[in-house]
Design a protein around this ligand. Structure first.
Ligand code: GDP
Length: 298
């Protein structure tokens, strides 16, 4: 699924680079290095990382006739080191329900990601309670309700405009009563002043912390891989206000810009925990550096 979801990025990194070579190989000179650089740049990894990969290829092979596999191996290894992160899975509560807050700008794929996470946890035998904490968007609550019913999760919601913290309170309460394994909480994604956002998230944290001392266990930032630099700076506000612990990168299927993981890792200094590669609940995979790089070169 990962390799399939990453088709467009894979095509650049794999097919397009292969196309630079003839069966008998090719001399590594400035022309080839520039052609490789141009392809790397198209994945949105950024000029710095693309230069680093190009320099490595130059160092290893300049003046020699090489085959595609030599170059692809270099790219894969350098990319893996650029993306390197602590690939730890979701931090689960030592006992009792694990509480996960999900934050992000509207449109990034928050609702869909919550459905995907629900499915992921349920597939592993966990019971899930959802808290529809985005009480400003009736549509988000409705959508989440449909997913909850379809996937077999309990959902706690409030009337439009109710205090999100009260929904959080009830969701945590329900999770504890039902002895649920995981409680996933949606949050508002509108970009108002950062101070309001901070106050709201702080309140949510307090409400959770009162009932579950070490919660929330994870605060996941949902980020649209296709949103570009502007998306990154918008999401920074959320990430700082919410004290995020990890990133879910969505919409990697629709883009050839899978290299964007590199600048995102750098901008947020947070591990990428999951990636979204489609619109369906099953279109989510755990991110780990090696599997991701393998998928790109599969
Ligand atoms: P929210 O406003 O952040 O809650 O965003 P939604 O979950 O409603 O998603 C916005 C749009 O992006 C919807 O059309 C989703 O189907 C779509 N979407 C979300 N995640 C992905 C993904 O990983 N891949 C693709 N192709 N579409 C996605």
């Amino acid at each position: 699924r990962l390799a399939q979801g990453m088709t467009r990025t894979r095509r650049l990194l794999n097919t397009d680079i292969r196309d630079l070579f003839k069966a008998e190989g090719r001399l590594v000179d400035e022309e080839l290095l520039d052609e490789i650089f141009a392809i790397l740049i198209q994945t949105d990894m950024g000029a710095g990382p693309a230069t680093q990969i190009k320099d490595r290829i130059a160092r290893d092979f300049r003046g020699r006739i090489v085959h595609t596999e030599d170059i692809l191996k270099d790219i894969r290894e350098e990319l893996a080191s650029l993306m390197q992160q602590d690939d730890e899975p979701i931090k689960m509560a030592a006992e009792g329900p694990t509480v996960i807050l999900v934050v992000g700008v509207n449109g990034a794929g928050k609702t869909t990601t919550i459905a995907k996470l629900t499915r992921w946890f349920i597939d592993q035998g966990n019971s899930v309670v959802l808290g529809a904490g985005d009480t400003f968007r009736a549509a988000a609550t409705e959508q989440l309700t449909i997913w909850a019913e379809r996937l077999g999760a309990t959902i706690i919601k409030g009337e439009q405009g109710t205090d999100p913290a009260s929904v959080v309170f009830r969701a945590v309460d329900e999770g504890l009563k039902a002895n649920a394994d995981v409680i996933i909480i949606d949050t508002a994604g509108r970009l108002q002043t950062q101070k309001n956002l901070m106050t709201e998230l702080e309140k949510m944290r307090r409400v959770i912390g009162k009932k579950i001392e070490d919660g929330p266990h994870e605060v996941l930032l949902v980020l649209d891989a296709t949103a570009g630099q502007n998306g990154i700076s918008q999401a920074k506000g959320f990430s700082e206000a919410a004290q995020c612990t990890g990133i879910v990168l969505t919409k990697l299927d629709g883009t050839a810009k899978g290299g964007v993981v590199v600048p995102i890792r750098k901008a947020f200094e947070l591990p990428v925990k999951f990636i979204g590669v489609g619109e369906k609940p099953e279109d989510l995979t755990r991110f780990d550096t090696n599997t991701f790089c393998d998928a790109l070169f599969a």
